[in-house]
Structure formats: structure tokens, C-alpha cells
Design a protein around this ligand. Sequence first.
Ligand SMILES: [Zn+2]
Length: 483
Amino acid sequence: MTTGQADYLIKGGLVITGDGISRRDVLVKDEVIQRLGADLSGEPAARVIDATGKYVLPGIIDAHNHPVYADRVDTFSESAAFGGVTTIIPFIRNRRDVGIEETTVESIEAFMEEAQRDSRLDYSIHAILVGDDDVEDQVPRLLKMGVISFKMFMTYPRRGIMMPDDKMLKAMELAANDGGMAMVHAENGYCIDYLVDRSVADGRTGREWYAPSQPRILELEAANRAATYASVTDCPLYIVHISAREMLNTLDHFKGGDLRLYGETCPQYLDLTNQSMLDHGALAKIGPPLREKEDNEAMWKGLASHLLDTVASDFCGYKRSQKYQGGQSVGSELTEIEAGDDLSIFEATFGGNWCEQMLSVVYQEGINRGRITLPRLVQVMCENPAKIFGLYPKKGALLPGSDADIVLFDPTVAHTLSAESQHCNADFTMFEGKEILGKAVFSMQRGEVIIEDGELKRPRGRAQFLPGKSELATWAPNGHRIS
Ligand SMILES: [Zn+2]
């Protein structure tokens, strides 16, 4: 079958999908994958790319990031691209806490304008609903815009962004009624504030007191509460950045019932422990906190056993000096200050820049150490986020008709992660010095080369907004459940 010259023939690679590994050539034409076949070398193509010895993966989807701080969508999407990411799903919320009077809809419209101009990568959007949002007004409007996922914080009451339980129930009901889903940051904020206050009152403000002030039980309690609310309102629920080993029991319990429940973890919870906090203090401060080796192992088991469904980054681009500053707000000016030895860990800023290293870390620790298979990696980093957020099979798949979002991964390239080699604005990485065997060496989106020969080829302003389509989402009435 020949239907005119293709744009690209990607030849001789091993195509990895959630179903397995096969030797396939891939023909790309008019922004989409036209055909796959065992030998398409006779097909005319404007350009032939030799993928011999490489894995051919769908572009990675980073379904959790915050490009609204020191790294905005311009530098964030560049950095993500170097990590093999082709699609990003940022979280956007209103900025009233920094004096910008706007609704969540208006914040998202402003972000879309910026992303249309500055992003290198296609993007979808999650809304964050906070306590002062008019959910009855905003949720239906957002759904009409193609924003179908609504995240709520169960913590941070003093930052004014915690969603009270009664309002969370209402938001879940509204989302469920109209084809949306809820997402939660599951930690009990009142208990955290209580423990932090007690620690501060006792003069325990050093880095060693951070993890004890946010224990695993608080994640477990909030997740059980959120899953209970989601069950009561029949609202699909996605729990972000799962970190505590006990969470596998919660996922197992609620996934066994009628609730459509999905769990995400992140490279930092798969590979780093509280030792990073003890070594680096404020730079390693994230919520939930880095935990223990047993928790890392549990996260791998969760991915392998399908209790956890996705890996995403939770990227927040901050410079070293900004991490030492108390508080954080969307859109606020962050002044860079010098770290003082007397800094209270409770005054430091939350967040880390984990996106560009994500695929490397998951590959090194997951594949090279035998904890998950390559098809499972493609499920949790490509297929499942696309399925859950209503983007499949346009994104997350290597199927005829799917967008030609393709990554070539060379398993023989050894490299070392470092702040110097990363492309975001942040001047540190918690993965500094980590040795990796295997690297994303080429990527394209909709048939346009993004990364080649270690260089970014795609200009800004070519990204497309991807409305989430709830009728395509895994949890929709006719959707298929992901395995
Ligand atoms: Zn986050």
C-alpha cells in the first residue's frame, strides 16, 4: 500500500508499546503515524531515520507539573523535551493569593495564551480548585473548555489553598455529573500544621525535623478520606504523588470496588529518601516528604502490580536561592537570597525540578534493575496518562492515526545527571552525579523533530492545546479500564 511519499521512515528499531516489544518500521506522514510494519524499507519517504539498536517509544507524557514559578512554560517545555517528554499537563489555579483578581477560568485562559506563544510541546491542562473558588460556576465552564480534571489540596490550610471537605464533596459531585474527574494532594493539613507548630515551639526547626512533621499516616488518612468522598459522589479520582508504602493497601482496597481510582508516583519517590533531606536540607523539601527505602521499593511494587498507574514529575522550577525563601505563590516575584545556616526547614519553599531526569531515572532504576518491564514503562509514562486524561489514542500510542509523537531511546548511551547538563532554570538537581545507562536521543511531535543530536530543533509557538475528552477517558462509562 503506497499513498504518496511519507515524511519519515523510522527504520530498524524495536517498537515498545504496553502490549510488548516488536521489530517494526514506522512511517510518518502529515503529522501522524501512517503505518507500522516489519519491513517498510521499500516505502518512499522524504527522510529515513536509522533506529537500529534503539527503542522506539511513544512520546512521554508528564501529567503533573507546575510551570508557573522560576521556570515557566517556555523553559520548562524545553527542559522536558530534552528528557523525552512530548506532552505536558500543567496544573493551573487562580492567583488571588498574590493579589491578581481572577477566576480559575481566567487564569487558565492566561496560561493558554502564554503556552500558545511559548511552549515547545503540546499541552493539556488540569485545574486546581482552591477554597475560595466558586466551584458551581467554574467547574461547568472548565469542562466546556476541555479541562476535565480538578485537583484539590487536602493540605496547606495556612497558604489559603486547602479545599475544605464539604466543598470538595460538592466539586466532586459537579465534576462527576458532567464527565470530569477529581485529583487530590492527599495529606492531612491540620495535622501537619499541628506537628510543625509543636516542632517549632520546641526549637526543632532543623532539616532532621521535616519528615517527622509530615508522617506517612497523614497521607494515608487523607487518601482514604478522598477515596471515600469519591465513592460517595461516584466521582473518578486520581491521587497525585503517592509516596508512602501503606498507600498500596488503600489503592488495593478501593480499586477492588466500584470506585474508578488511579494512583501516580514520581521519580523522586521511586529513588530518593529522607537522606537527601538530611544531606541537602531545603533543596530536598517537597510535599509529601521524601521517605524511606522501603517506600521506594513499595512504589516499584505498586507500578509492577498495577496498583499505581502513572509516573509523573511534579516539576516546580526553583533556583537554589529561591528554595531557601519562605512561602511560595503563583506569579509572585521570588527574590533570591543566600542560605543561612539558621534557616528553619519549615520556612523553605516546597518543590523540585524532576522532569528532565524522569525517564532516565525510571529507566535506570526500573528497567536496568529489573523492577518493571519496558512495556510497563510505556504504560505508566505514555499510555495510562493519555487514557486517564482523555487524550488516547491521539497521544500515548504508536498506532496508525496517532500523532507522530515518537522518542528514540538508545540503551547503550551512558551519561551522568547533573545540574550543569539540564536545561531548566534551576541550578541544582537532587539527582546530581547519578549514573544512567540509556538515553532519549531523538524525539518528534506530530512529525516535527524536537530533539536531535543533543539540540532542540523545534521553535516555540508550535504547540497545540489538547482538550481532555471525557468520552475517551478510561473512567468514562464506555471507556475501557486500564490494566
Ligand atoms: Zn504538584
